[in-house]
Write a protein that binds this ligand. Structure first.
Ligand SMILES: Cc1cc2c(cc1C)[n+](S(=O)(=O)[O-])c1c(=O)[nH]c(=O)nc-1n2C[C@H](O)[C@H](O)[C@H](O)COP(=O)(O)O
Length: 491
């Protein structure tokens, strides 16, 4: 039996709330209080077609996975279903013009070029979510600027005819020492979402870390991989450990080759640009608890399930439910690296979440420079693989990290911007540009393989002095989007 839009429209309130997604009606009345994005956003679409707002945020299998079958009401005659009149973005016509006039892909010569184009062509809410960082975004800027306080000590008269910058990460051979790190809500930037990154990563033999808060379903992203393409899972630990156990076991069964447990986000940071965009979309498919104030932006709307009680005592439980290598993502001091080694995990990512969590957290490269000498003194530097992420925008940033002892680096925003501005081709070009830069800079530093990169090739004397002159990062500054000012009403 096909429902009419008139029938659906009668259920438009808290007492009886039906929504339509992809031509089917769902009774979400009982789910309202559980929705991570809060009730308001669902009630906005109660009795109407919610598909357009729903898609960028929720993996397609969300309703099948999380809404009891008895609430699936069946097909609707879409010709009679009401739609929500979204308020027209005053900038939309201009944005379409900027998309039309954007530079050719071949005119992008570095990762910051993609950011420049994305800033002008992305929807405000999407740009706000991707570009934002915590509080005054000091750490966001420090992540990139810290690399400017490290200088090279290149060797000369070395035969650098053949350069090979392949390496291994958690036992997987990769073409380049970077991976695509986990960044949520891929469909905010591109209608296909994270699978765009999957396809580009395959072409360059780069590992992709699949985010818990992906727009695409986990299986969609795994299915988009080809052949022996390697993917890792990034995990936000759910307060409901049964959900977490299910996610981890399924990931291992599907062939994930690493479990990256995010440990720097007991609560997601306060990202004001994201909040200012008054993110009105719902949370993702993961679920738990309390009413969320949507005016806190996407971050808060999608993360109420994260367990702030996660602690070192949970590590043995994770080791009991999976054989995947376990890596702690978001470690920020050498004492915790030593603890991670003692806990028997296989790796850490030194990271401050791209500056999106604790403002004034140090850059990962500075923590790396602090960590490796201590591990070497203790003779335990080979007990764990150390990755870093945050602010990596050039191959020289990667080389500096490898010289200081990193196994590889994670890159986040640049691939999101490349995807948002130019789709898969953009991500491909971004990866190619990094490979070109890698080959040139390895030659110029006098090395032919990553295992030759060592601390003697860099001068880090200035790294710890946070307030010091650094060469102006002009493109980065022009692209940097200071906190959007409060939206004053037009006169
Ligand atoms: C840019 C970005 C980063 C996010 C991210 C979303 C975006 C848009 N999200 S978040 O919504 O919760 O903050 C995640 C995430 O899902 N899980 C996670 O572990 N890190 C998340 N990160 C952090 C990411 O994994 C890297 O640590 C960070 O992006 C590295 O810095 P760059 O962007 O400068 O490369």
């Amino acid at each position: 039996m096909v429902l009419s839009g008139v029938e659906v429209s009668k259920h438009d309130n808290k007492e009886s709330c039906w929504v339509v997604v992809h031509g089917k009606a769902y009774d979400v009345t009982e789910f309202l209080p559980e929705h991570p994005g809060g009730m308001k956003i669902i009630l906005k679409y109660a009795g109407k077609d919610a598909t357009e707002a729903y898609d960028p945020i929720h993996p397609p299998d969300t309703l099948d996975k999380y809404l009891d079958k008895s609430k699936h009401l069946g097909p609707v005659d879409m010709s009679s279903v009401a739609r929500v009149e979204e308020e027209e973005d005053p900038d939309e016509a201009d944005r379409q013009r900027r998309i039309r006039d954007k530079p050719l892909l071949t005119q992008c010569y570095n990762l910051m070029d993609f950011e420049a184009v994305a800033k002008k062509t992305m929807k405000r809410g999407a740009w706000g979510y991707y570009s934002s960082a915590a509080d005054d975004e000091i750490t966001l800027r420090e992540n990139h600027e810290a690399f400017h306080r490290i200088w090279f000590r290149p060797k000369v008269l070395v035969d650098v005819k053949e350069v090979d910058f392949t390496t291994t990460m958690l036992g997987t051979k990769v073409d380049v020492p970077f991976y695509v790190t986990a960044t949520a809500l891929g469909k905010l930037g591109h209608p296909e979402g994270e699978v765009v990154l999957t396809r580009a990563a395959k072409k360059h033999n780069v590992i992709q870390m699949i985010p818990t808060l992906a727009s695409c379903s986990f299986d969609e992203i795994m299915d988009a991989a080809e052949g022996d393409q390697v993917q890792w899972l990034q995990l936000y630990v759910n307060q409901d450990r049964a959900i977490t156990e299910r996610i981890v076991k399924h990931a291992e069964k599907r062939g994930c080759k690493g479990l990256f447990i995010t440990v720097d986000a007991p609560q997601l940071g306060r990202r004001e640009k994201d909040m200012r965009s008054k993110f009105t979309d719902q949370g993702t498919n993961v679920q738990a608890g309390q009413e969320t104030d949507n005016s806190q932006g996407a971050a808060r709307a999608i993360s109420s399930f994260i367990d702030p009680a996660l602690s070192w005592k949970d590590i043995p439980w994770f080791q009991s439910i999976t054989k995947m290598p376990i890596v702690l993502k978001g470690v920020q001091r050498v004492e915790d690296v030593v603890k991670a080694i003692e806990a028997g995990v296989q790796g850490v990512v030194l990271s401050n979440h791209g500056g999106r969590q604790l403002d004034f957290a140090r850059s990962a490269v500075e923590v790396l420079a602090e960590t490796m000498p201590v591990l070497r003194d203790l003779g335990i530097e080979d007990k764990i693989e150390i990755f870093i992420d945050g602010g990596v925008r050039r191959a020289t940033d990667m080389i500096k990290a490898l010289c200081l002892g990193a196994k590889g680096v994670g890159i986040g925003r640049p691939f999101l911007y490349a995807m948002s501005a130019y789709g898969e081709e953009g991500v491909q070009r971004a990866m190619l540009l990094l490979k070109d830069e890698m080959e040139m800079n390895m030659r110029l530093i006098g090395c032919t393989s990553v295992d030759q990169l060592n601390p003697s090739l860099v001068d880090t004397r200035n790294l710890g002095s946070h307030i010091t002159g650094v060469p102006a990062d002009n493109l980065g500054r022009t692209v940097y989007d200071p906190l959007a000012t409060p939206a004053f009403k037009e006169p």
